[in-house]
Write a protein that binds this ligand. Sequence first.
Ligand SMILES: *Cc1c(COP(=O)(O)O)cnc(C)c1O
Length: 229
Amino acid sequence: MSDTPFSADYSHIAPRLRAVRERIEAATARAGRRPGSVTLVAVSKTHPAEAVAAALAAGQTVFGENRVQEAAAKFPGLRAAHPGLELHVIGGLQTNKAEEAVRLADMIETLDRPRLADAIAAACAKAGRAPRLLIQVNTGDEPQKSGIARAEADAFIAACRDRFGPALAGLMCIPPAEGDPTPHFAWLADRAARHGLGVLSMGMSADYEVAIREGATHVRVGTAIFGAR
Ligand SMILES: *Cc1c(COP(=O)(O)O)cnc(C)c1O
């Protein structure tokens, strides 16, 4: 019997991570793409710092969080111990959280409106650091979802390109929960190619292999690694 009344067990994380990495490499090979060309973003939202530490111990270095407050509580300590750690903000971002997001993140994947671009630009100037940026496109034009509308995407991408230069790295999407994500991934890949953007963040636990087939460079996987939330 353990002395502690409750102690969580994180021993599932290393084997699950290994399995996801194997599936990523297999999907990359099936797509005829270069080995190692897909980055796994381990989505640790709602899971404690100890779970992130278990993933770090298993060699994972790139993490995604969707709430800035939660990331601020969990990551600074981990970063001190793991200088190679890379943190992505992947959740819809309020303008009043832009400063903290810019201070914390290596990449903000959810730039989706002009006012947020203003807030991020101001925060970068103030903080003297510039995370890489992805524009989130609401490829399904779903009213409840963040992301720039499809019809406005080209103009917004061009404007952000001018404003942020090479810090604007690519595009991100979350297709509708129902239905085949393939046309959404293909649309996003086409848009990135037209604008000469190299990063494509698409695919989650349920569909990351499809996303890799369609050209994802980053897949955001939570449940398949850390378990249910
Ligand atoms: C939670 C989340 C994920 C991971 O989802 P899983 O289905 O748990 O893999 C990916 N992207 C975003 C934006 C998320 O909020």
